[in-house]
Design a protein. Structure first.
Length: 581
C-alpha cells in the first residue's frame, strides 16, 4: 500500500526554538545523539571556532584560554574626573582600568554552555560559524580609590575648630570662628566606576565636614573669662596691708577652653605668692643700728603673715567669682627669734671676714639702690644656728622702701626694672659669708657674666623679689653681726661679718673655668620712638662659661672641701636703632 507523504519543511535555526526534521523533534533526535556520544567537543573545552580578542581559543580549556589571552591589551580611553570646581583628564589605566582576561574568557564559556545542545547538533548536521568575543574591560575599585584620593589630596581641607584667643589690642578674650572642611567621597566614585568601566566622565562628590567646636559653643565661656578679668585686691586680716593684681595678672590665672574656664594651678600659686609677699609683715628680729660711731640695739617686732592654707583657699574661691573684687586673707601672728636682750655685746665681737666689690660706671639710679640695700641690711644679727635670708632682712623691693628703677636682667634681656643694683649688695654679702665658711643654703647666679663683679668671676649671688634669695646658715657657734660700708665716692662696697671668731681656717680658691662659648652676633632692634639714623646700645656681649669655685674648711671636725657651680649663658649685644625713614 502506498502512503501519502506529508510535505516536509525545514525550519530555519533559531536559538531556543524547537524545529522539526522529517516531523521528528530535533530535541528528541539530540537525545539519541547524546546517547551515542556524537559531540562536537569535550565538556571542559571552548567551542571550536571561538576567538577572544582575536586569539583562537577554540578547543582550549579555561586555563589554556586564560594563558593565551592574558597578554592581550586594550587601548585605555581618556576619563574626565570632576570634583567640585576641579576637573582632570586622565588615562583610564591610571584609575585601575584594565583588560579583564577572566571576564573575557568567561563570555566565551557562557556562549559555549548556552549553545552546547545546538552546537553539538550542528556538529551532526553542519559546520559551526567562527565567533570572536571582544576583550572585556574592568576596573579595580581599590586602585581607582587610591588614584582618586591622590588626585584630590591637595583639595582636602580639614575643618577648623573655633578657638579662644586673647586679643592683645582690645585686651579681651575673643573667639576665632570655625570653618568647615572639605572631603571627597573617592570610595563611592571608585565603586561607581567599577560598576561602569565604559564611562568616560567620573564625578567625585564633594562633602562638607563641619568643625567639632563651633563659635557659638565658646561665646559663653569667653563672656565668663572676660567677666573674671578685673583688678583684684587682697587685704591681710587684722591689718591695712593690701596687695592688688591687675586685670591682666588675673587673666593669666586661667585658660578659656572649649570645656570652660580652667584654672592654671601654677599661675594661681605664683599670684598668691606675689600677694603674700606684698601684704605679709614678717616678725623682725632685734638688730643693731648705727648712731654715729655707736651701735644701738633696736627692739624686735612681732609680725603678721598670711595663714597660707586658709588664705589660699579663700583666694582661689574669690578670684573665680566675678561678683567679687577683693578678698580678706586669713592671718596669724609671728614672733621674732631674736630679742633685744639676746643681742650680743657689740664691743666683744671680732671681725671674721669682709666681702668687697666695686661698682664703677653705675648710673645714679643704681647707686641709689646700692646705698639703700646696704643700709637696710646693716646691723642685721643672725642668731646661733639661724639662717640668714637676704630678702627677709632687706624687706620688699618697692618704691615705698626707697628703691628706684635701674637695669635688671629679666626675660633674657637687660631691661629697666625696679631695684637694679640690689644684686651688688647680695653679691658682696655672699663673698663675706662664703669666705667665713658659712654653709650655703640657697645661692643663685646671674644669667650672664656681669662686669661689676669682676675680677672675682663666679663669686656672685643674684636675688629677685620674690623668688630668688641668698640664704646661709650660721654655724659659728655664736651670733653674727652684718655691717656694711658703702663708699659712693669711690664706688666701693664692703660687707663685714662680725662675731665670735670660730676656730677654723677657710681657704677660697679662684674659679676653675671648664668651658667657654663665644657670644652670638649683635642684635639690632628698631625703636620707632628714636630718630631715624640714631642708635644706642642696651645690652652688652658676654661669652658663656661653665665654671666652679671651691673652698677648703679646716676645723675641729676635720678638713672638708665644697664647690659652687656656675653656668653663664653666652649673651649678645643688643642695639636699638631708629626707623629707616
Amino acid at each position: 500500500m502506498k502512503f501519502a507523504q506529508t510535505p516536509q519543511r525545514e525550519a530555519p535555526y533559531t536559538a531556543g526554538v524547537k524545529f522539526w526534521v522529517g516531523g521528528i523533534s530535533a530535541l528528541a533526535l539530540l537525545g539519541g545523539a547524546l546517547a551515542v556520544g556524537a559531540v562536537a567537543g569535550s565538556d571542559d573545552q571552548l567551542a571550536p571556532g571561538f576567538r577572544v580578542g582575536g586569539v583562537d581559543v577554540g578547543g582550549l580549556t579555561r586555563a589554556q584560554a586564560l594563558a593565551a589571552v592574558s597578554g592581550q591589551t586594550l587601548r585605555a580611553p581618556q576619563v574626565t574626573v570632576v570634583a567640585g570646581h576641579h576637573r582632570w583628564t586622565v588615562e583610564a589605566g591610571a584609575l585601575g582600568w584594565h583588560a579583564d582576561a577572566e571576564a573575557s574568557v568567561a563570555a566565551a564559556e557562557r556562549a559555549t554552555a548556552e549553545r552546547t545542545a545546538l552546537q553539538r547538533l550542528r556538529g551532526l548536521v553542519g559546520q559551526e560559524q567562527p565567533q570572536n568575543f571582544p576583550l572585556v574591560a574592568a576596573v579595580d575599585a581599590a586602585a581607582a580609590g587610591r588614584a582618586l584620593a591622590t588626585l584630590t589630596a591637595g583639595l582636602v581641607t580639614p575643618p577648623t575648630d573655633a578657638r579662644v584667643y586673647f586679643d592683645k589690642v582690645a585686651l579681651r578674650y575673643a573667639v576665632r570662628a570655625d570653618a568647615p572642611g572639605q572631603e571627597f567621597e573617592v570610595e563611592a566614585a571608585a565603586r561607581a566606576y567599577a560598576a561602569a568601566p565604559a564611562t568616560t566622565l567620573l564625578r567625585v562628590t564633594v562633602q562638607d565636614r563641619m568643625a567639632q567646636v563651633r563659635a557659638q559653643d565658646l561665646q559663653g565661656h569667653v563672656a565668663q573669662g572676660n567677666a573674671l578679668m578685673r583688678p583684684f585686691g587682697a587685704t591681710l586680716a587684722g591689718t591695712k596691708r593690701k596687695g592688688v593684681l591687675t586685670a591682666l595678672q588675673v587673666a593669666n590665672l586661667y585658660w578659656v577652653r572649649p570645656e570652660g574656664v580652667v584654672p592654671d594651678p601654677a599661675a594661681l600659686k605664683r599670684a598668691f605668692g606675689l600677694l603674700t609677699e606684698t601684704v605679709d609683715q614678717p616678725a623682725r628680729n632685734a638688730r643693731f643700728a648705727a648712731r654715729g660711731d655707736k651701735l644701738v640695739g633696736m627692739p624686735e617686732q612681732a609680725g603678721r603673715v598670711t595663714d597660707r592654707a586658709a588664705a589660699y583657699a579663700a583666694f582661689k574661691t574669690a578670684v573665680f567669682d566675678a561678683s567679687k573684687t577683693s578678698v580678706i586673707l586669713a592671718s596669724r601672728v609671728t614672733t621674732p627669734t631674736l630679742t633685744l636682750k639676746q643681742l650680743p655685746d657689740a664691743g666683744k665681737l671680732q671681725l671674721i671676714h669682709t666681702g668687697r666689690s666695686t661698682y664703677d660706671h653705675s648710673s645714679p639710679e643704681r647707686r641709689t639702690n646700692v646705698a639703700n640695700a646696704a643700709a637696710r641690711i646693716d646691723g642685721t644679727v643672725v642668731p646661733v644656728g639661724g639662717t640668714f635670708s637676704f630678702l627677709e632682712n632687706l624687706g620688699s623691693i618697692t618704691p615705698e622702701n626707697g628703691f628706684v628703677g635701674g637695669l635688671i636682667i629679666s626675660g633674657g634681656r637687660t631691661v629697666d626694672g625696679l631695684g637694679g643694683g640690689v644684686c651688688q649688695v647680695s653679691t658682696t654679702t655672699f663673698r663675706a659669708l662664703y669666705g667665713a665658711g658659712l654653709p650655703v643654703v640657697e645661692r643663685n647666679q646671674h644669667s650672664y657674666r656681669v662686669g661689676y663683679y669682676e675680677p672675682q668671676v663666679g663669686f656672685e649671688a643674684a636675688v629677685y623679689d620674690p623668688g630668688l634669695d641668698l640664704k646661709m646658715k650660721n654655724d659659728t657657734g655664736g651670733p653674727l653681726l652684718i655691717r656694711t660700708v658703702n663708699d659712693d665716692a669711690h664706688s666701693t662696697l664692703e660687707v663685714q661679718l662680725w662675731g665670735l671668731k670660730p676656730q677654723r681656717t677657710v681657704k677660697v680658691s679662684p674659679a676653675v673655668i671648664l668651658s667657654r662659648t663665644a657670644h652670638p652676633p649683635a642684635k639690632y632692634v628698631v625703636n620707632e620712638k628714636m630718630r631715624p639714623g640714631t642708635s644706642r646700645q642696651v645690652d652688652w656681649a658676654q661669652d658663656g662659661y661653665k665654671l666652679y669655685i671651691t673652698r677648703t674648711i679646716k676645723d675641729s671636725s676635720g678638713v672638708r672641701t665644697d664647690t659652687v657651680g656656675t653656668e653663664y649663658q653666652p649673651w649678645q649685644a643688643v642695639y636699638e636703632v631708629g626707623p629707616s625713614n
